[in-house]
Write a protein that binds this ligand. Structure first.
Ligand code: ADP
Ligand code: MG
Length: 615
C-alpha cells in the first residue's frame, strides 16, 4: 500500500517530457536561422556543396516573405529530398573523424531542418539520372505535400514567410533596409569565395548582382566596385603547411570602415580579430591610423589543422596552431606590399625563417609539435624585431583594440561654464590667432580660450544639420553639369536608404539605372567638381558608424556629414573664418564637445596664468 502510494506521487510529480520534433527544431533553429540573411547563407552554401556552377538568389521584402535559391547542382533523390529536412540529416559526414577532413561548407545537417521549423518551404529537386523530379511542401516541420514533378537538373528551395509561426522572433527582425544589408553581406561572402560559379541576386524583381564567372580578381571588382581595378596587390605564398592567396588593396584605397575585408579559410568566410590584426600590422606604417585596408585573402590548409565546429554558423574557427597562421598571414601581406615597392624596406626574411620551421616542412605529429615549440627556430620566429613578432603581453593585448571601440561616450560637461562664457563681454577688437593651423586663440576679458578648429566646426555643423532635418532644410545648389556616381551594389542599398534624409541636408541624388545616381544638387558649401568625393567620403564615414546600434540612421548621417564637411586641422584660416567658428561655436547648444565627446575648446584664466608666473 505504501509502495503504491509512493508510485502515485512519483507519477504525479515526474515532470520531464520529450519535446515534440517541431518544437525541438524551432528551438534549434534559433542558433542557425536568426534572420533572412542566415537562410541566404545556408541555402547558398548548400548549392555550392551540390557542385552547382550557377546559383540564383531571389528575395522579396528583404527575405521576410521570400528567400529562394535556385541551383544547377546535383539534386536529390525523392527519399533524400524528404530526409534532408530531418535534424542531423547530412550527406557530408558519417563519423566523428570526418569532422577533421571537411571540404564542404555544411556538415551539421541542421540548416534545412531549422528552416522548415520556422517557415513554409517549397523544394523542387531533380538529379540528372532521374526521370522526374520531386516537389515537397513543408511547414512547421510537417510535410504538407510530396509529389513527382517535371523539372531540370538541380534544386530550388523557397523559404516563405520566415517566423510565420514564431511571432516573437518575427518582431525582432529589423527594417527591410537593414535586413537587406545582411543579405547582401552573406551573398557577397559566398560569391567572393567561388569566382568560378555564376551568382545573381534579385530583390523585389530587380537584379542587384549579376556575377559572371571569372578570375578571383574580376570577382572582387564585380563585388567591390571598379575603384579597385588597378589598385589590387596580389598576395601569394605557398608552403607545406598552408597556402595564402588573394589580394590586398593598395594603401591609398584604405577606408574609414572595415567593410571591404574578407578572410576565408578553406573557402569559408571567417571572422578573426586575431588574423585581422596580423594584416593590419603588415600595413601599419603605410596607412593612417584608424583606417582600414581592403583585403580578400584565402588561407588553405589541411582541415585536420582546424576545428570549424566551434560556432553554430561556423563563422569562427579554431586553428590547431594560430600563432603560425598569424605569422604567415602577416609575413605574406608584408611580402606582397614590399614586392610591389609599396613598402620601401624589408625588415625580415620571409621564406627561410618560416620554411625551416619543422611544423611547416614536415607533417605534424603531437611529438613533433612539442619539439617544434621548444626548438630554437620557433623561438627565433617569435623573437623581437622580426616582422612576424608575436609577443605575449604587449602585442597580443593591443590587437583587441582593433575590435573594442574606444569609449567616446564621455559625458557632457555641465554647461554652466559655456553659458557664463557666452554672456561675458568678449574683446572683439583683438584679432584671433591661429597656431599650428589647428588652434584658434581668442582673448577674452579674464583670460583666453583655445579652440580646436576641427572639433569646433564639427559641433557647429552637426547642430546645423540637426536643424535641417527637423524642418529647416539646407538650400541645395543645383549642379549645372550633373555628375554621376557609381557605387558598389552594397553601397547602393545603403544610399537608397539615405536618399530622403540627404535631400534635407542639401544633397539631391536621383537613382539612375543600376548602382548609379545622378548628383542633381549639393549643399552650397561643397565645391563643384568635388561632389563625388564628398559623397563617397560621407558614405564611408556613415559605414564607420554602422556598428553603433545606439544611433538611429539619421543620427549616423548627421554625424557623418559633420565629420566629413568640417574644416580639418592643418588648414590655414582667414580672420573671418576664425571669427565665424568662434562665434558659431558659442551660439550652439552644446558648445563644449563634438557629438562624439571630444572637447572643442579649453579655457585659460588670466589669474591662473598670473599665479604660474609668480604674479
Ligand atoms: P548540411 O549542409 O550540413 O549537410 P543541410 O540541412 O543544409 O545540412 O542539408 C541537408 C542535406 O540536404 C545535405 O547534406 C545535402 O545532402 C542535401 N541538400 C541540401 N541542399 C541541397 C542542394 N541545393 N542540392 C543538393 N542537395 C542538397
Ligand atoms: Mg547546409
Amino acid at each position: 500500500m505504501v509502495i503504491f502510494a509512493l508510485q502515485i506521487t512519483r507519477i504525479l510529480t515526474d515532470i520531464i517530457q520529450l519535446l515534440p520534433d517541431n518544437i525541438a527544431n524551432q528551438i534549434a533553429a534559433g542558433e542557425v536561422i536568426q534572420r533572412p540573411g542566415s537562410a541566404v547563407k545556408e541555402l547558398m552554401e548548400n548549392a555550392v556543396d551540390a557542385g552547382a556552377d550557377e546559383i540564383k538568389l531571389i528575395i522579396n521584402d528583404a527575405g521576410k516573405s521570400l528567400v529562394q535559391v535556385i541551383d544547377n547542382g546535383r539534386g536529390m533523390s525523392a527519399t533524400d529530398a524528404r530526409m534532408a529536412f530531418e535534424r542531423h540529416a547530412t550527406s557530408k559526414i558519417k563519423n566523428i573523424e570526418d569532422l577533421f577532413k571537411i571540404k564542404t561548407m555544411g556538415f551539421r545537417g541542421e540548416a534545412l531542418a531549422s528552416i522548415a521549423a520556422v517557415a513554409q518551404v517549397e523544394l523542387k529537386t531533380k538529379r540528372e539520372e532521374d526521370e522526374s523530379g520531386t516537389y515537397i511542401e513543408i511547414e512547421n516541420s510537417k510535410v504538407k505535400q510530396q509529389e513527382p514533378i517535371a523539372s531540370n537538373k538541380g534544386t530550388s528551395i523557397a523559404m516563405k514567410n520566415l517566423f510565420f509561426n514564431v511571432p516573437a522572433r518575427r518582431n525582432f527582425l529589423k527594417s527591410n533596409t537593414a535586413e537587406l544589408r545582411h543579405i547582401v553581406e552573406e551573398f557577397t561572402r559566398v560569391a567572393m569565395a567561388f569566382p568560378d560559379v555564376f551568382f545573381s541576386l534579385q530583390s523585389n524583381g530587380q537584379e542587384v548582382f549579376h556575377l559572371e564567372k571569372g578570375s578571383f580578381k574580376q570577382r572582387i571588382v564585380q563585388i567591390l566596385g571598379n575603384n579597385y581595378n588597378a589598385k589590387l596587390v596580389s598576395v601569394q605564398e605557398q608552403t607545406d603547411y598552408l597556402n595564402i592567396m588573394g589580394f590586398v588593396g593598395k594603401p591609398e584605397t584604405a577606408k574609414k570602415t572595415r567593410g571591404d575585408q574578407y578572410l576565408f579559410v578553406n573557402n569559408r568566410f571567417i571572422k578573426s580579430a586575431y588574423l585581422n590584426h596580423a594584416i593590419m600590422n603588415a600595413f601599419s606604417d603605410l596607412i593612417p591610423k584608424d583606417s582600414y585596408p581592403m583585403y580578400a585573402l584565402f588561407i588553405d590548409l589541411d582541415p585536420a589543422q582546424l576545428d570549424i565546429n566551434v560556432h553554430p554558423t561556423k563563422q569562427e574557427i579554431k586553428f590547431e596552431d594560430d600563432k603560425i597562421v598569424y605569422a604567415f598571414v602577416q609575413a605574406a601581406v608584408k611580402h606582397a606590399l614590399a614586392q610591389f615597392s609599396i613598402t620601401p624596406t624589408l625588415d625580415f626574411e620571409l621564406d627561410p625563417s618560416i620554411e625551416r620551421l619543422d611544423a611547416i616542412s614536415k607533417p605534424v605529429s603531437p611529438e613533433q609539435k612539442s619539439s617544434t615549440a621548444s626548438s630554437s627556430l620557433y623561438q627565433a620566429f617569435t623573437q623581437k624585431n622580426q616582422a612576424h613578432l608575436i609577443e605575449k603581453g604587449s602585442n597580443l593585448q593591443h590587437w583587441k583594440d582593433f575590435y573594442e571601440s574606444p569609449d567616446n561616450t564621455q559625458s557632457q560637461k555641465d554647461s554652466n561654464f559655456e553659458k557664463q562664457l557666452l554672456h561675458q563681454p568678449v574683446e572683439n577688437t583683438f584679432p584671433l590667432l591661429q597656431l599650428h593651423q589647428t588652434y584658434i586663440i581668442k582673448q577674452r576679458q579674464n583670460g583666453f580660450v583655445v579652440i580646436h578648429q576641427q572639433n569646433a566646426h564639427e559641433r557647429i555643423l552637426y547642430e546645423k544639420y540637426a536643424n535641417a532635418v527637423s524642418g529647416k532644410p539646407i538650400a541645395t545648389q543645383q549642379s549645372l553639369f550633373p555628375a554621376t556616381l557609381e557605387l558598389s551594389p552594397a553601397d547602393t542599398v545603403l544610399m537608397n536608404e539615405l536618399l530622403s534624409d540627404m535631400k534635407e541636408l542639401g544633397y539631391q541624388l536621383e537613382p539612375f539605372g543600376q548602382n548609379t545616381f545622378v548628383i542633381q544638387g549639393t549643399p552650397a558649401d561643397v565645391d563643384s567638381g568635388n561632389e563625388k568625393v564628398a559623397i563617397e567620403k560621407m558614405l564611408e564615414q556613415y559605414k564607420h558608424f554602422s556598428s553603433e546600434v545606439k544611433f538611429s540612421k539619421r543620427e549616423k548621417l548627421l554625424r557623418s556629414m559633420a565629420i566629413q564637411h568640417a574644416v580639418k586641422s592643418g588648414i590655414a584660416l582667414t580672420q573671418k573664418e576664425m571669427q565665424n567658428i568662434a562665434e558659431e561655436l558659442f551660439l550652439s547648444e552644446m558648445p563644449s564637445s563634438t557629438p562624439s565627446g571630444k572637447p572643442t575648446f579649453m579655457n585659460f584664466d588670466k589669474s591662473d596664468m598670473d599665479k604660474m608666473f609668480g604674479r
